[in-house]
Design a protein around this ligand. Sequence first.
Ligand code: PBG
Length: 328
Amino acid sequence: MFASPHRPRRLRRSPLMRDLVRENRLHLDEFIYPLFIDETLTNNPRPLGSMPGILRHSLQSLLAELEELEQLKVRNLLLFGIPKEKDALASGAYDDNGIVQQALRTIKEHYGNRFQLTTDVCNCEYTDHGHCGILKNEDVDNDPTLELLAKTAVSHARAGADIIAPSDMMDGRVGAIRDALDDAGFENLPIMAYSAKFASAFYGPFREAADSTPSFGDRRSYQMDPANGREALKEVQLDLAEGADIVMVKPALAYLDLVWQIKQSVDVPVAVYNVSGEYSMIKGAAANGWINERQAVLETLTSFKRAGADIIISYHTKDLARWMMEES
Ligand code: PBG
């Protein structure tokens, strides 16, 4: 009878042994939790039907959320705003009194630097047509859009942002934002670029959350084709050449091959965005009793680390923090 001298099972025999040889672990410091702040809300937060457990906050209800997050030791936040009014030029995005700017000031006022605040810089939540830039003949006009993005980034910086994260996928936006930040005296503020951002069906629930569904067409003339991997590496190289400090792959799950490849080819931190649709699929299946939520989430998040992610943006962060508290 054949007896293999190779017995990998030796290292799987007990919990302590498995802990000893585990290659990848999750640490809360590497996670960023997204928050939605809605200028039309005055008091109570509004639950999001398509993202169970996630709320749209008013500036007031945001404070209660922050208290909970601080207790859970979630310290990195990604801010999205839903403005009261939208227009063709996304004025609310770069208004120094816009909703994200107000949220930044509120958080810094109450918590100082106990939270590290990243802001998503994009126009789609602020345009009345829902596209990520200024339109010209139903097409997003690249270069004039760069000016709006740069103004938005500087306005966020002035209000207290710690990291600027452009998510629009215009050509040249990292360079334009870097220049504008430097000119305004923010040469020390890092840029986390949504470098390889794909035109994905997995953003569906987010668009309800942020009220940013395009009123016509789709985003395929600026976000990437899911079929393209080499092009993702090119986008990453361009963003680095323009001064990105951190690069990102988004969505995460269907693009782990690219996380791995990018990790091998760059020497800056690599972030992944575990997007709304990825979150809602697990939440939905778990609510139906079809999968074990905790196990499915931990397996998913660990796969990002295994693929090479240094930073994970995820709506599961709060649940993860609770589970970590329970265990400790
Ligand atoms: C804004 C933006 C989007 C997401 C992050 N920033 C939506 C989009 O591009 O349509 C998606 C996040 C998610 O689905 O969780 N451009």
